[in-house]
Structures are given as C-alpha cells and as structure tokens.
Design a protein around this ligand. Structure first.
Ligand SMILES: [Zn+2]
Length: 408
C-alpha cells in the first residue's frame, strides 16, 4: 500500500487539519475525524495497521483527553481495526472507547475471520502488497454498540447522528454533527471514481451510493471529512463535488437499467455503456481507484444472475479445452503469429486472447516461454495505460506471474 500508488486517496502521515474549533481531520489511509467534547474525544474511523499508531501520535498533538467514542463508518480494514486505540487507552489508564457501528459490521468481521486466507490473497493483489508483508490483518475486536438504521447520541454537549447507507459496503454509515455543520462521510467520498464493482469484492451499491450523497447534501454541511483524500470545506464546494459523483452514478445506473428492461444481455451492456467524457472532467472523480466499467459490472451483478443469455454457456466446457480445439484446428503457428501482429497493431486486449489460445495448444517449451513473455509485455502495456489502481495491480501482478512462467 504505497503512497505513490494511491496518490490523493492516501495522504497518510500528514499533520492534523483544523476544520473548525474543536474539530479536526487526521489524514491517513483512511482519514480519522476528531471532535473535542466536554466528555472526551469522539473519533470517526481508525486507519490500518501501523498507520493507526501514527494517527494516535498525531491525535496527542491535539489533545490529551481520553477517547470517549469511536464511530466506525464501515468494516473495511482501513477504517475499523481499532486495537491500537484500545491499547493506548489501557497504557494511559483510561477506559477503552466505546465503539459504535452499523449492525452488519459485525457480520463482515466474522466473514473476514472465516475467509482470512482468501482476503490475504486478494488484497495482496489488489493493493500490490509485497511478499512477506501481511496483506490483511485478522480482526480481533467487534464494535460495542450496533445500530440498524440510525443512531443519535449526545456526547459532551454535542449531538451525533449516524445514518446507515448502502454504498461501498452493506454496513456503511455516515455521521452528522449539526452544531459543527460537519459530515464524516466515510467511503461515500474518497476522491476517486466510486469503487463499485471491484473485481475481487462482494456486491456494492450504485444507486444507493448516489442517494447517500444526496442525503448528505440535504444537511447542507459546511465541512466534509472524506474517508480518503483532502478535507472539503464550504457548502458550495461540497455540493459541486458530491453532485458530480451522484450524477455519474445515476447516469451509469440509468443506462444499465434501461438496457436490462429492453432485454439486452450482460456482455452487450458492458460494451455499450460508458460515461460521457465531460462527466469525468474533474480530478475529484478521476478513476484512480474504481472506474466506470467496474461500476457497470457492479450494477449488472446487483440486478442479474450469472447466465449470459446464451444457452451454449449454461453448462459449457472449460475455456482452455475450447481453446485447445481451436488451436488444433487453426495451427499453433498462425495463432502465435496473430498474437504478435495484434500486439504490433496496438490491440493488446485482443492479442491477450490469442496468447491464451496459443497457450492452450501443444507448444514446445521455447514456444510456451515466448508466449508467457509476450503476455507479460501486453499486461505491462495495459497496466501502464490504466489509471485505476485496482486494474493496474491486477495487470502488474499478472505480468509478474507470466515472467515467472517464462523463466530466465
Ligand atoms: Zn476506505
């Protein structure tokens, strides 16, 4: 999880930013919101792993007071793994903070425990975590107070309202602090195109995400602490930025739903629906993490099953067996030549398909090594061209695997 890779969405290690009297954002992967109250500090979210220790050191530049309450905006590892905060409270002789989250955070943490090895693997690829560095911490603590739809509480003279909202996750919430006109948005706002339809992860929610942003705007906040990226201040600036995201999500959602209702199938929708470039003209929603094509996948997954409309694919043979048939028929030399020609013509995605056909054929060891090397080159081109961190990580991980197969 390097800062380079994340750019704007990971500004870890920064000094606390004062957003209003008694109100701070500590930048991190992800950000932590801090509110000073008469009863102690209220925090929103804790960054992941060692970054939490750095966050606590920054917190102590602001105040020595105990942490009274921690709100967790969702159960992802960069927001919800709060062990270091409990340890710090014990060391200082304080009660540990009470931890508040939406009810499904607990379910998510249980899922992470059940599928720990799987998440260790997919997160290593998604975030390009080097070998030897743990890619996914094992959750050891659950929140203390769980709510379903909303929770309102008064702490040290200030009202806090938490609202459940489907968006990046099914367990997400955002926190509204009316006296400070401040919203803690969690990952509803991340300074990237929303990460709906992440290739590795469970269902995320496009229309609901847009609705969540609009619900935030209805509060007319003056300060918005995002889950990742810079603080946003000023009612008008917040309005402009959040509407750009919700408009883009609503556009993609409408285009997909219209086609589903007209009987268009998955693959055609995927290739037909794109966001008009003018809707992507703001750095705020650049596809640096998620991207519009992933969102289209996400919408299709939310509303449809896995059947693609073609009965040939209901109980199909393995793709590699089909490829072997084609390769035997066409001849491996023609397929390998065509793969190279497509690469030279700048048609990398198509060239990859021919490389895979060739690799299913009866190749000599030298031919196989050549094809693995060609695949590595193609993945490198595509990885360098793509702006989405997730897409880049998948391409570059694939390149690494292909180079291993190609040998020295
Ligand atoms: Zn996050």
């Amino acid at each position: 999880m390097t800062e380079d890779a994340f750019g704007k969405i990971s500004n870890s290690g920064g000094a606390p930013l004062k957003a209003a009297p008694g109100l701070w954002m500590i930048p991190g992967f992800g950000n932590t919101g801090v509110v000073e109250t008469e009863e102690g500090l209220v925090l929103v979210d804790v960054p992941v792993g060692a970054l939490a220790t750095g966050m606590i050191a920054r917190l102590r530049e602001i105040s020595d007071a105990p942490v009274h309450t921690l709100f967790i905006t969702h159960g992802h590892l960069d927001h919800a793994f709060f062990d270091p905060l409990v340890r710090e409270a014990r060391q200082r002789g304080f009660n540990p903070p009470r931890v508040v989250a939406q009810r499904d955070v607990e379910k998510r943490l249980n899922k992470y425990r059940m599928l720990h090895g799987y998440h260790e693997y997919i997160n290593r690829v998604q975030f390009a975590v080097p070998e030897g560095v743990p890619a996914f911490p094992y959750p050891t603590r659950d929140p203390d107070i769980l709510f379903d739809k909303t929770l309102s509480t008064r702490i040290g003279g200030l009202d806090f309202h938490a609202y459940h909202q489907l968006g990046e996750t099914d367990d997400a919430s955002w926190v509204w602090l009316p006296e400070k006109q401040t919203v803690f948005a969690g990952d509803l706002v991340v300074w990237s195109f929303p990460n709906v339809g992440n290739p590795f992860k469970v269902q995320r929610y496009t229309l609901e995400w847009a609705e969540g942003l609009e619900a935030i705007l209805a509060k007319e906040p003056e300060v918005l602490v995002p889950g990742h990226g810079p603080l946003i201040q000023g009612r008008q600036a917040i309005r402009e930025k959040l509407l750009k995201i919700s408009d883009a999500l609503r556009y993609l959602h409408r285009e997909v739903v219209d086609r589903l209702n007209r009987g268009v199938w998955y693959e055609d929708i995927l290739h037909q629906v794109a966001l008009p470039p003018e809707m992507l003209d703001d750095d705020f929603l650049a596809p640096r993490y998620g991207c519009p094509t992933f969102v289209v996948h996400g919408i299709l997954r939310q509303y449809t099953g896995w059947y693609d409309g073609n009965p040939s694919n209901l109980f199909p043979p393995k793709r590699s067996e089909v490829a072997a048939e084609i390769a035997a028929l066409a001849g491996k030399d023609r397929i390998m030549d065509r793969a190279g020609a497509l690469k030279d013509a700048g048609r990398e995605a198509m060239a990859l398909q021919f490389v895979d056909l060739a690799l299913a054929a009866d190749l000599t060891e030298t031919e196989a090594r050549d094809m693995h090397r060609l695949k590595a080159e193609l993945l490198d081109v595509l990885g360098n061209r793509d702006t989405s961190l997730i897409a880049r990580s998948i391409y570059f991980n694939g390149k690494k695997e292909e180079l291993k197969r190609a040998g020295p």
